[in-house]
Design a protein around this ligand. Structure first.
Ligand code: NAD
Length: 557
């Protein structure tokens, strides 16, 4: 029987306004001031919003005005991630339309600062915390995630966050930021992404003592216990999200290489620190070789640093040289390394497994200049985290040996770069072909303005993820990384090269990612790495799959 009792009227009014508040609090449904008059009437939103109906462009303008008023990067990070919690569409519209301005805030370098104080700036949980305490129940934890059709998981154990070391569960900022870039740069729908922290403890004493730290308060587990926990996560993720690519991020050296080696032939996975860095650097090298008119297989490369980035680059260069017809051993012999102990050579007994392929016969050498003089590289790549390690003498020696020396100073942030763009150009009399990990401003040398290239991983990992997701690839292979590298290099115009730029402008990242995705998917179909049929028009198919930050029609639920 219907009743008109005031308490019932109140209850149904409460239910209606609850629905309205649900809509306003759902970041996938919320449009804020952009709800139309009709939507406001239909969903009980009248009065809950200011009367003016705004376009998304006006909303973007308002966000940007506020964003630019915030005086520091961390404040801007807090502001943008709060927007992401409130209104996904608007967040991605702001980021996509202003990618060069916002990327350094939602990702490196500012995300590093955010991770250092994550427990202090925490507002809303984002991503999934798979803690060691839930060992044996990981599948249940994964099933708690509301999304079902997950296509990309980024997972970290927080042990080596950027160059900042062990940040434990604070590392969550990394998968969150990285997945925002998968969406913004490539158009992977945000509800198909899942950030994960494997909280296995931390050895960071100041975090363990910090009352606002949000992770488990104990030392890291290691050895067989760690391996079994990671394995439980991998098996559970495969079962709960069978179509997901699992991207490892910011694991320490001693686990990163091992885990990649263990899982790459078994599941759909890659490690961006190793393989993504390699692909973007290889793209830079392909561009540089267009300038020098050389072939990769003929180049001698000397690396400073022999960690995830440097050996990942060397491994991919070897695979790419083999694809050009080189013998694998000969290609390896063209890659040389100097690490913190000096030249990596066969007589050393302290080498980690990932360096051993590159330990050639040579007398021990302690310093980089001696190595440059002896090895006579065409290409010098720094990934050592050692600021100013490329001295004037070293760059001048590279310029003495080569007409156009290739010098990449990849260490991040800018303060850690092995040399600046200006130094590379000035010390080589303007002949260096330069790229860096962090951005450097253009430099005018003897009246010629040179624009340094930034080897930003964001050029490649989003497109690789999109290609893998759209084609439903079962594995990620080296061939996909050099297909991505070739595509990126081909998108660098002759005009870019003439100015010194080895990469296309980041503003074109959606199109770059679509083309990389098509190149990656092409490998997937050609090699039979999927059970899906190849679409007739691959690039068009990929473009259609890209998420667009536009407000949808709100349907009555
Ligand atoms: P890592 O810790 O795995 O490796 C660092 C390496 O540097 C180790 O091999 C270490 O032995 C070596 N090293 C330390 N001190 C040295 C010294 N004095 N002389 C010579 N070598 C020394 O770190 P990673 O992931 O390989 O990253 C290295 C650097 O590369 C970081 O600064 C990182 O920001 C940068 N990086 C850049 C990009 C990019 O440009 N796209 C991508 C990834 C990493």
């Amino acid at each position: 029987m219907k009743t008109n009792h005031p308490s019932c009227r109140n209850r149904s009014a409460a239910r209606a306004s609850l629905r309205a508040m649900d809509i306003l609090h759902d970041p996938y449904l919320n449009k804020g001031t952009a709800f139309t008059e009709a939507e406001r009437k239909r969903f009980g939103l009248l009065g809950l919003l200011p009367p003016q109906v705004c376009t998304i462009e006006e909303q973007v303008q308002r966000v940007l005005e506020n964003f630019r008023r915030v005086p520091d990067g961390l404040g801007q990070y807090i502001m943008l991630t709060a927007l992401q919690d409130r209104n996904k569409t608007l967040f991605y519209r702001v980021v996509m339309d202003n990618i060069e301005e916002t990327m350094p805030v939602i990702y490196t370098p500012v995300v590093g600062q955010a991770c250092q104080v994550y427990g202090h700036i925490f507002r809303q949980p984002k991503g999934l915390y798979v803690s060691r305490d839930y060992c044996g129940h990981v599948k249940t934890i994964l099933r708690n995630w509301p999304g079902r059709d997950i296509r990309v998981i980024v997972v970290t154990d927080g042990e080596r966050i950027l160059g900042l070391g062990d940040l434990g569960a604070n590392g969550m900022g990394i998968p969150v930021g990285k997945l925002s870039l998968y969406t913004a740069c490539a158009g992977i729908p945000p509800d198909q992404t899942l950030p994960v922290v494997l909280d296995v403890g931390t050895n960071n004493e100041s975090l363990l003592k910090d009352p606002l730290y949000l992770g488990i308060r104990r030392k890291r587990i290691g050895g067989a216990e760690y391996d079994a926990f990671v394995d439980e996560f991998i098996r559970a993720a495969r079962e709960v999200f069978p179509k997901a690519l699992i991207q490892f991020e910011d694991f320490a050296n001693h686990n990163a290489f091992r885990l990649l080696d263990k899982y790459r032939r078994e599941i759909c996975t890659f490690n961006d620190d190793i393989q993504g860095t390699a692909a973007v650097t290889l793209a830079g090298l392909y561009s540089a070789l267009r300038v020098t008119d050389g072939k990769l297989k003929d180049q001698t490369i000397l690396f400073l640093g022999a960690g995830e980035a440097a050996t990942g680059i060397a491994d991919l260069c070897v695979s790419a040289a083999v694809a050009e017809g080189a013998d694998r051993e000969a290609a390896r012999r063209r890659c040389w390394f100097v690490d913190s102990k000096g030249l990596v050579e066969a007589g050393r007994t302290d080498l980690a497994p990932h360096k051993k392929n590159y330990a050639h016969r040579h007398a021990p050498l302690k310093d980089l200049l001696a190595a440059v003089r002896s090895v006579k590289p065409a290409i010098l790549i720094g990934a050592s985290g050692q600021p100013k390690a490329f001295t004037r003498e070293i760059v001048a020696e590279m310029a003495r040996i080569n007409r156009r020396p290739v010098v990449f100073a990849l260490s991040n942030p800018t303060s850690k770069a092995e040399c600046s763009a200006q130094e590379a150009y000035d010390w080589s009399d303007g002949r260096a072909i330069f790229a860096s990990g962090s951005p450097f401003p253009p430099h005018t040398h003897r009246g010629r303005t040179l624009v340094p290239g930034q080897a930003n991983n964001a050029y490649v990992f989003p497109g690789i993820g999109l290609g893998v997701a759209v084609s439903e690839a079962k594995r990620v292979t080296d061939e996909m990384f050099f297909a991505a590298a070739k595509t990126l290099a081909e998108m660098t115009s002759s005009k870019d090269l003439a100015q010194g730029r080895l990469f296309p402008a980041l503003a074109h990242i959606r199109e770059i990612s679509a083309r990389i995705a098509a190149a990656v998917a092409d490998v997937v179909y050609k090699r039979g790495l999927t059970s899906q049929p190849r679409p007739r028009h691959l690039l068009e198919h990929i473009r259609k799959a890209q998420y667009q930050p536009v407000y949808g029609k709100l349907a009555k639920r």
